[in-house]
Design a protein around this ligand. Sequence first.
Ligand SMILES: *[C@@H]1O[C@H](CO)[C@@H](O)[C@H](O)[C@H]1NC(C)=O
Ligand SMILES: *[C@@H]1O[C@H](CO)[C@@H](O)[C@H](O)[C@H]1NC(C)=O
Ligand SMILES: *[C@@H]1O[C@H](CO)[C@@H](O)[C@H](O)[C@H]1NC(C)=O
Ligand SMILES: *[C@@H]1O[C@H](CO)[C@@H](O)[C@H](O)[C@H]1NC(C)=O
Ligand SMILES: *[C@@H]1O[C@H](CO)[C@@H](O)[C@H](O)[C@H]1NC(C)=O
Ligand SMILES: *[C@@H]1O[C@H](CO)[C@@H](O)[C@H](O)[C@H]1NC(C)=O
Length: 490
Amino acid sequence: MIKIKGASSCNLVLYGSFVIYYYLILIFSILVLRTHADHRKLSVVDQHVDVDPQEGLKEKDRITELLGQPGKVNFGQYGGYVTVDKNAGRAFFYYFVEADGPNKDSAPLLLWLNGGPGCSSVGLGAMTEIGPFRVKSDGKTLFQNIFAWNKVANVLFLDSPTGIGFSYSNTTSDTENNGDARTAADGYSFLLNWLERFPEYKNRDFYISGESYGGHYVPQLADTILQNNKLALSNKNMIINLKGISIGNPSLDKAVDDAGTYEFLWSHALISDNEIMKLRKDCNFSQLTDECIDEVSMIWKRGENYNEYNIYAPVCHTEEGVVTEKPNDISILNNDPCSENYVLHYMNLPEVQLALHANVTKLNYTWELCSTQRHWKDSPSNMIPVLQNLLTNGLRVLVYSGDFDSKIPYGSTIQVLKRLNLTEKVPWNQWNVSDEIGGSNVEYNEGLTFSTVRGAGHMVPRDQPERALTMIKCFLQGEPLPKFVDKPWV
Ligand SMILES: *[C@@H]1O[C@H](CO)[C@@H](O)[C@H](O)[C@H]1NC(C)=O
Ligand SMILES: *[C@@H]1O[C@H](CO)[C@@H](O)[C@H](O)[C@H]1NC(C)=O
Ligand SMILES: *[C@@H]1O[C@H](CO)[C@@H](O)[C@H](O)[C@H]1NC(C)=O
Ligand SMILES: *[C@@H]1O[C@H](CO)[C@@H](O)[C@H](O)[C@H]1NC(C)=O
Ligand SMILES: *[C@@H]1O[C@H](CO)[C@@H](O)[C@H](O)[C@H]1NC(C)=O
Ligand SMILES: *[C@@H]1O[C@H](CO)[C@@H](O)[C@H](O)[C@H]1NC(C)=O
């Protein structure tokens, strides 16, 4: 239950495997950094999209109850497939939760996309970050997330691109040919068809959110929608009422992000002064030399002694997928470092897949949180032109950074955003959740807000669920974050 008190309605008062990523990102970094050129334009404008009749499918997708769900809930849940390309036989899996509360018919629609590339939004986003449930340590029962984002929006989780989570293609080679452009095109096709299935959301305020490599997916999908909306002006039925985007610890310029990682590790005493001096001398992260790759590899050889996605979080010490016989004590505010293991176990249970209407074609591989993308086809070196275009077209943009993340540290994000030449509306100041600093933020005249979330790592809503919910609530309502008013030192 959420009770709102105080002058600002944005003051919430609530009662109530990182090893895989490491390899994923290392492989991806080396592949992309060494091969890619600067593709700036997405070639998905005016693509041919089949919008098929969807009658009856919404009701078929309704989820009666998830396995291990803690009793009845007051919001509808849906899960199922939407075909995004008939010829290839590509279908995207979604999990949708209606807003929990009396205003579900007016609350915005919010799409959530996890990054990687290659991570499941249903597994990571819904089950460990912003969804209504989390998986207990037994891997088969759920508990409620009182800070779920469906307190303030109707939330749609999409497994994307093809081959990720439960999304699949009948053309096997498709999963080896993922890239930014097709991800955006398929996302657009998904949305048009999904809105046909759920027509009550067609004119609803729509926001796209995500994190990490979602820093590519989210702006690119938004850009695709804007461009197609312009072409569809004569056909109101095809217009998506996009209002804004929100991206957390976003990948916006890989070279800047990577350089920032080592500066962050050094400034937080995790790599030595000698190491950073060598890297500063030898490394240009937009053009990796063998010498630099060797120095970087030496640093990572030391192993996974800390969680690079949240340097102050505990590390999980059990093997992948291990669960406990009896569920351990639960806590939303104090995330269990092994929570991804429980999700891995849960999502692979046949009863769970049945309840979600997932894996209906009996895929011949097991469900994974993240799968390595060896042949990522296209990835622009930076997102500045796309972000610039979104702002010019009047979209509102929230960029936020968990300040304990070394992977895409806040300093890198600030550095990249500077290239937008924005002008300050509200200068750097602190915001307040429960009489504590929730983070810092700056508002710009052009429609962008940058906010840090204090004490959060890469997966902000997992580490700081109350602060994250306050932040997204204010953003969706178009209101400033509650101010933290400095008290004089006495
Ligand atoms: C993929 O193939 C299976 C088995 O033939 C079929 O049931 C399914 O509808 C196909 N999926 C798509 C999206 O065409
Ligand atoms: C790093 O490499 C890029 C791409 O080759 C180049 O444009 C840039 O000037 C280099 N930066 C420095 C500091 O040498
Ligand atoms: C899974 O099925 C696809 C065809 O649907 C096939 O090409 C592939 O080899 C199969 N993989 C395994 C591991 O059996
Ligand atoms: C899909 O179902 C098959 C058979 O029921 C199972 O072996 C496979 O692991 C499942 N795959 C995914 C991705 O859920
Ligand atoms: C920001 O300003 C610089 C210097 O005037 C200019 O080169 C650059 O193109 C501007 N960036 C954008 C996104 O407008
Ligand atoms: C934080 O917000 C609460 C609730 O609105 C308010 O009572 C409190 O004074 C604020 N604290 C600071 C330091 O601004």
